[in-house]
Design a binder for this molecule. Structure first.
Ligand SMILES: NC(=O)c1ccc[n+]([C@@H]2O[C@H](COP(=O)([O-])OP(=O)(O)OC[C@H]3O[C@@H](n4cnc5c(N)ncnc54)[C@H](O)[C@@H]3O)[C@@H](O)[C@H]2O)c1
Length: 396
């Protein structure tokens, strides 16, 4: 059993503690929050023996061996530095940094000290995502061409998210990080992200950062990762992914339409699901939120990795790559051009794969497409390799 220092008592501190205490043998031994009343109330709610308003104290508590960082984005680096000095295992929430430069410093700190650095990207661990990834890795979809991931809701729940200085940006840095990493998992983490084209705007909220963005991340395999993020979406939290390959397709819906739809004219006076906007009418409750959002499988992998002396599925290095892609997205939104993903440290494949996925029909022809017509005939569109001529063959 590991004893954990939990930094933060906000939304993510709560979800993490809930997942750890309900689904793992590991326990939070110390919790840090800014205010005494909040720290004490949180400790009481979750049966945590000690609470403190000193981040340093919490990290250096001799009873804990793991530090979980659930603080605003601008505090991740400081927390990582203190935890590295304490020689503890570190699990940091998303985004790793506000920029790739910040993320790289954190990566270098954990690697230089030889401490474990897990990146808590829960949405790469939802049971649906893990199963879909397995199918992709088993070749069920063929060569992956396009991975689209969408996260939209009406906007975050705390002031610091809306302040660009503390958060590092708007919807891209908050939610684009999830979408980018989901797409990277499907396309292949060994495949190099090359360049990004991104639209970003502030459509609704009176803030300096973007509240909506759509981006295309081009990979060396020719695959495209597409992220769609917004803090302006009405109706709850929309979390969807689509993966297309030469041999198949996967559609995932994680939140609003999961197969649990409920209508109530009167409501029941409580919480429905994260970012739900109403408590009456048609509702989309979620059976097991911490499971559906991936927290349970994420901690299972993290602790198995810590105990097994291996890397987890999501590492600080992954967090750094995601930050580098987001930096390129911000540059592209400004320049209105494709912008290169600048990765000083690249650990994947060096050779760019071909973007082509042509299917051979016979020695002379490529098969473009075949289709059965309503009258039963089979039509084949072929391209003659030597001449480039396109022709069709109809089989009765
Ligand atoms: N799915 C996810 O993985 C997910 C979901 C939500 C948040 N997050 C991440 O978790 C981190 C915290 O987000 P949250 O939603 O829990 O935020 P929150 O505002 O709900 O909680 C923030 C916590 O940090 C503490 N804190 C310490 N110093 C602070 C300061 N100077 N300003 C504000 N708070 C301070 C607060 O006391 C509070 O306990 C962020 O990095 C966020 O991106 C991840």
């Amino acid at each position: 059993m590991h004893n954990i220092t939990m930094l933060g008592t906000g939304l993510i501190g709560m979800f993490y503690t809930m997942a750890l205490h309900q689904y793992t043998p590991h326990r939070v031994g110390v919790v840090y929050s800014r205010r005494t009343e909040r720290a004490e109330a949180f400790a009481k709610d979750w049966g945590i023996p000690r609470s403190t308003t000193s981040m340093e104290d919490a990290i250096n508590d001799p009873s804990t061996d793991v530090v979980v960082i659930g603080l605003p984005n601008n505090l991740h680096e400081q927390a990582v530095a203190l935890a590295v000095q304490a020689g503890k295992t570190i699990l940091c929430t998303k985004p790793l940094g506000r920029t790739a430069e910040e993320a790289k410093r954190m990566l270098e700190m954990v690697e230089a000290a030889g401490v474990f650095g897990g990146y808590l990207e829960d949405l790469a661990y939802t049971p649906k995502t893990l199963k879909a990834l397995k199918s992709v890795q088993n070749g069920a979809l063929g060569k992956i061409l396009w991975a689209r991931s969408r996260e939209t809701h009406p906007g975050p729940h705390s002031d610091w998210f809306w302040d660009k200085e503390q958060s590092g940006g708007g919807a891209i840095v908050d939610m684009g990080c999830h979408c980018i990493e989901i797409a990277r998992n499907f396309i292949g983490k060994d495949v190099r992200p090359v360049e990004v084209m991104c639209w970003a705007d502030t459509q609704v909220h009176p803030i300096e950062a973007e509240d909506s963005a759509v981006g295309l991340v081009k990979y060396s395999s020719g695959a495209i990762g597409q992220f769609e993020v917004s803090w302006t979406f009405r109706g709850g939290m929309d979390l969807r992914d689509e993966v297309s390959g030469t041999e198949g397709t996967i559609w995932l819906n994680h939140w609003l339409r999961t197969g649990f739809d409920m209508f109530t004219a009167v409501g029941e006076g409580g919480y429905v699901a994260e970012k739900a906007e109403s408590a009456t009418g048609w509702l989309f409750p979620v059976g097991d939120e911490v499971g559906a959002l991936g927290y349970v499988e994420m901690f299972r992998d993290m602790f198995a990795a810590i105990d097994g002396g291996r890397a987890p599925l999501e590492t600080f290095y992954d967090g750094y790559v995601v930050n580098a892609i987001m930096d390129a997205a911000y540059r592209s939104a400004q320049s209105r051009q494709w912008e290169p993903v600048l990765l000083d440290v690249w650990r994947g494949e060096t050779e760019a794969e071909s973007g082509e996925a042509f299917r051979e029909f016979d020695a002379e022809h490529w098969l473009i497409k075949e289709e059965r017509m309503p009258d039963g005939r089979l039509k084949r569109m072929l391209k003659v390799k030597a001449s480039g001529q396109v022709k069709q063959v109809v089989m009765d």
